[in-house]
Design a protein around this ligand. Sequence first.
Ligand code: MLT
Length: 271
Amino acid sequence: MVLAKELLHNGTRLKYSVRGEGTVVVLVHGFGEDGSIWEGPANLLPDHKVIIPQLPGSGGSDLLPHTTMDSLAGALQKVIVAETGGEEKVIVLGHSMGGYVTLAFAAAYPQALLGFGLVHSSAAADSEEKIETRKNGIDFIRSNGGYAFLKTMLPSLYAPASKLEHPEWIEQQIADARRFSNEALIGYYEAMMKRPDRRDLLKTTNRPVLFLMGRHDGVVKIDDVLPQSHLPALSYIHILEQSGHMGMIEELEETSRVLNEFISFANGNRT
Ligand code: MLT
C-alpha cells in the first residue's frame, strides 16, 4: 500500500509517499520531473520501506523561499525524520539533480546514512560551459516559459533507441512538465550553478556509494563520472548499456536489480 503524506517545514508544505517495510530507502527525483519518476523501481523494491519525496517546487510541494542544494537537503531531512524519528539509518539515492541534493544531505547529515547513490549524477560542480548553458536556459524560460523550455530539453535525456522505440515515455514527461512554475525551474538552475564540488566528500566518506550511469547519457557523461567512482573506499559501479539519462524508465528492471543489490551491499551483505 502506498501512503500519500505531507508535512509543514517552516510554513512550506512538503509532499511525499511511503510504502513497505524494511531498510529505509529514499528515492530523490531530479530537475523537470517529480517523484513519479521513481514509481517503477519503488514497486520493484518489495523488501524495503521506500520514501519518495517531492522536492520543494515539484510534485505539489511548495517552493522554498531560497532554493539551494543545502535547503533542498534540509527539506529532505525533515521528511526522513518524520518517517524514522531520526533513529534509523537510511539509504538515499538521487537522480541527477536529486544526486546533487543527496550529496548535500551526505555532507550535512553523514550519521543518518547507511549508504547513498548517484543515479545519472555527479559530485563535480558545473563547468564554465555548463554555467553558460544554464544562463541561456534561464533567459529562455523568462522569455518563453518553463513548459516551452522543458518540451525542448526533455527528449535529450533519452538514448536514441529509447526515443525511437518509446516516444510515449517522453510524451508523458512533457505532459507532466506543465506543472512547473518558471520560478521553480529558475530556482533549481541557479542552485545547480552555485553548488560546490563534492568530490572531497566522496574521498572521505566511509559509507558505500552507488554510481549508476547510462552509456548514452548526454547530460551527465560516463567519462566525467567514472573517475569519481574510484574515490570512495566502498563503491558499487554499474553502467546501464541501453540508457541515456533516465535508467529508471529506459531500463527499469536492470535499474531495480542494481538498486536491490546496492541496498543489500550497504546493509553489509557484500558477497
Ligand atoms: C537533472 O536531470 O536533474 C538535470 O538535468 C541535471 C543537470 O542539469 O545537471
